[in-house]
Ligand binder design. Structure first.
Ligand code: M6R
Length: 609
């Protein structure tokens, strides 16, 4: 996730673009840059590693009325000045948010035509492509962009500046957000509304597969065939604080909603539907090494640990590779039994959790290969692990991990599918079916989000409870743990996550009519078992909230509330049941007037032992 901005008008482009970028820092802040045309129409490009304030500190005094800017959250190539946007080719400067999936093949083709690449980014291919088509048809910047977009695969919100077209900017969108701000003798381009709200509240939402030519006094929107489109102007009523959260009252709720797009980002460029496989550039393990793996050891803390438990069900169930999951804090003092044939996977959203880092260092001392799954490019974990897979969920501000967890799960699904394919435990047909179901998950998540009032009502009904239980079986047992963790973390209600079959070994003694039990019960091979567990709970007079498949007509006979989820392959169901438990925790905390984004006693990144 990155932020892009553009300005053309009569104002001071430098200060406007810097102010706008600061409002987008929530989208990423590892490097930033501007491209401007100065008073003489000459392009000036400034880039810097670090936050926007660092970029600001290197800017000379410069008079300019047109420019583009970018704040980066690295996905391809480490955070550095050379990888910061704008990327430049000839007279073309580009800022981009998204991922160009086929950049490697495009890069090779462009290099063979003599284009020279200086960065490790996928975006640089866009700059060279637009330059190439613009050279072939000079005078038509929008046409050059259109031709470039015909050959790229992936997602983009991008803006283009050219010294040969000082009176226009062009922009386009596919699967990454883009808006146009309308002013008097000035217009704006941005990834999100907060960027422009200081200057105007008149906005056009750019839709998927639309291009825009933005001039000082006009804005024209086209489809990718070049046909003009009529767009509605919207007046934004939010104040700036609300706008930074995109109108949501809390970052947590915003981030829960962002899961539809973060799942897309995590999947981007990694699915090979034709071959029935998954590809990870960053894996660092060839097929032979994967086949020789005897064991997987997953190390993580908190929510990331719960993701690791889902990983255990996936690796053991799909690949037959024995998998253990340990908390970083325990593992580091446990005299682990490890051999070089063990793959150690460290899962950490921040990449800075002290216990996980120490545990991985311990594992590496046994000669094991270490693979990090993290959200933060350039984090300590990414620098220390043998290899790193990035989750690409974008910055997460709420202390409660939500979209980063879902993205960790998606990476684990993809890894398990790849390992299963390599070890001949899954055939291409089964992989294709799973990948096609995975592609549907963002749409399913969207449907759960549209039904959130039902979850809110349920949360309100039980919000005065002192204790809560979450139960699940098999691959949804970790989601019971995650539901309990989320609830206690932000609503301060005591909550326990249990494997449903374990209730009778102790916790049943705690159940009464005042203790709600959330039963995660999509249909699968343990469905009948959890129905029995629900009956055990009901006979202790506890209220049961079931998370069940939307076509399940049976379960409502036994429970007090049903929260339906769209039907998917049961092994993918944690991607949906998670969203329900997140919303349940959120609305319970809201009802109890808790500090949702900054719960007491907790921090986003735990860098101490
Ligand atoms: O950054 P990490 O994923 O390593 O963090 C681990 C835990 O501190 C973290 O998941 C914590 O449990 C979350 N705040 C829970 O929402």
């Amino acid at each position: 996730m990155c932020g892009i901005v553009g300005y053309i008008g009569e104002g001071d482009a430098v200060s406007i673009l810097i102010e706008s970028l600061k409002k987008l820092e929530y989208r990423g802040y590892d490097s930033a840059g501007l491209a401007l045309l100065d008073d003489e129409g000459k392009p000036q490009v400034f880039k810097s590693e670090g936050e926007i304030s660092q970029l600001e500190s290197i800017l000379p005094k410069l008079s300019s009325c047109v420019g583009i800017g970018h704040t980066r959250w690295a996905t391809h190539g480490k955070p550095s000045t050379v990888n910061a946007h704008p990327h430049v080719s000839g007279s073309i400067c580009v800022v981009h948010n998204g991922i160009i999936e086929n950049y490697q093949e495009l890069k090779e083709a462009l290099e063979s035509e003599g284009f020279i690449f200086v960065s490790d980014t996928d975006t640089e291919v866009l700059a060279h492509l637009i330059n190439k088509y613009h050279t072939e048809h000079p005078g038509d910047l929008a046409g050059a962009l259109k031709s470039a977009l015909e050959v790229v695969r992936g997602s983009y919100a991008l803006a283009v500046l050219s010294e040969e077209h000082p009176h226009e900017l062009v922009a386009a969108r596919k699967d990454s957000p883009l808006i146009i701000g309308l002013g008097e003798n000035e217009n704006f381009i941005a990834s999100d509304i907060p960027a422009i709200l200081k200057y105007t509240n008149r906005v056009i939402y750019v839709d998927n597969l639309e291009m825009v030519t933005v001039k000082k006094t006009s804005v024209q929107v086209f489809d990718l065939e070049g046909n003009p489109k009529t767009k509605e102007e919207h007046i934004i009523q939010w104040d700036l604080e609300a706008a930074e959260k995109a109108g949501y009252p809390h970052f947590m709720l915003k981030e829960i909603h962002e899961q539809t797009s973060s799942i897309h980002e995590t999947l981007a460029g990694r699915l090979q539907e034709l071959e029935g496989d998954v590809t990870f550039e960053e894996l660092g393990l060839d097929k032979e090494q994967i086949r020789k793996l005897q064991r997987i050891e997953i190390i993580a803390c908190g929510t990331s640990y719960n993701a690791g438990l889902v990983g255990k069900y996936l690796f053991e169930g799909q690949t037959g590779i024995h998998t253990d999951v340990d908390n970083g804090s325990e593992f580091r003092y446990s005299n682990p039994v490890l051999a070089p044939s063990t793959l150690v996977i460290a899962i950490t959203q921040s990449g800075e959790t002290a216990d996980t880092l120490a545990a991985v260092r311990e594992a590496a001392s046994y000669g094991c290969k270490t693979l990090a799954i993290t959200n933060v490019v350039g984090s300590t974990m990414s620098r220390e692990a043998s290899n790193t897979i990035y989750t690409r969920a974008g910055p997460e501000i709420g202390v409660a991990a939500t979209k980063s967890f879902i993205s960790q799960l998606v990476v684990l699904y993809l890894l398990a599918i790849h390992f299963a394919r390599v070890c001949s435990m899954m055939d291409a047909d089964r992989v294709r079916k799973l990948l096609s179901e995975l592609r549907k998950i963002p749409g399913h998540v969207d449907r759960i989000l549209m039904d959130k009032e039902r979850i809110q009502k349920c949360a309100a009904r039980f919000s005065a409870s002192k204790d809560y239980f979450f139960i699940g079986r098999n691959i949804n047992y970790p989601i019971a743990l995650e539901g309990a963790l989320k609830l206690k973390e932000i609503s301060y209600i005591h909550a326990e996550g249990y494997a449903a079959g374990e209730l009778k070994h102790g916790p049943l003694a705690l159940l009464s009519k005042d203790v709600p039990v959330v039963a995660i019960a999509p249909q699968g091979h343990t469905y009948d078992k959890i129905l029995s567990n629900i009956r055990e709970v009901k006979s202790r007079e506890a209220s049961v909230i079931a998370i069940a498949d939307s076509d399940d007509n049976e379960i409502s006979k036994y429970v007090d509330v049903v929260i339906p989820i769209p039907k998917t392959d049961v092994i993918l169901s944690p991607l949906l049941t998670t969203v329900v438990v997140q919303l349940l925790a959120y609305y319970t905390a809201l009802e109890r007037d808790c500090s949702i984004d900054k719960p007491r006693n907790l921090a986003k990144s735990v860098t101490v032992e």
